[in-house]
Design a protein around this ligand. Structure first.
Ligand code: ZN
Length: 158
């Protein structure tokens, strides 16, 4: 039994049997014959700390833990998948335009740059107002906490 959400591909949750040595098994393997409990775990390497009894109910509890402790926060931080698809499509179309009609691409790219900067400042301000740390802002953008702070501290008054 695995737990999945289409919004976070690459994350497959499972009830990891806890081996007698206290270590969780690396999969929900049916080959594990002797185990002392269940722990929620994910294919990305995440593992819950809490151990549940080695029963059907215990295994079921791990599903809730995977959702509440791991999947829900990731889904909340992930952009809607249809926007990711559109963003990738826009990138490909503009890349093609840049090859075929570079001046037209420049006009379009300066438009994108104009609204992208405004929206970026707006999103950073919103994240900070709702309590996000500079580390979380950096993580969302794929940059370091220091880079995020240096780049936005004067643009975003928080
Ligand atoms: Zn995961």
């Amino acid at each position: 039994m695995t737990f999945m959400s289409p919004d976070i591909p690459g994350h497959e949750g499972f009830a990891a049997p806890v081996l007698p040595n206290g270590e969780p098994a690396s999969s929900s393997s049916a080959f594990v014959k002797e185990f002392v409990g269940y722990q929620a775990a994910c294919s990305c390497g995440w593992a819950d700390q809490r151990r549940f009894p080695p029963t059907r109910e215990g295994a079921k509890e791990t599903e809730y833990r995977w959702w509440s402790r791991h999947a829900a926060p990731l889904i909340a931080a992930a952009p809607p998948s249809e926007l990711v698809v559109k963003s990738n499509l826009l990138y490909e179309r503009i890349a093609r335009l840049a090859a075929e009609r570079p001046l037209a691409a420049l006009t379009l790219l300066s438009q994108v740059e104009g609204w992208q900067r405004v929206l970026l400042d707006q999103a950073v301000a919103g994240a900070r107002e709702s309590g996000a740390s500079w580390a979380q802002v950096g993580e969302a953008m794929g940059i370091s906490k220091q880079s995020a702070h240096e780049r936005f501290r004067t643009r975003v008054n928080m």
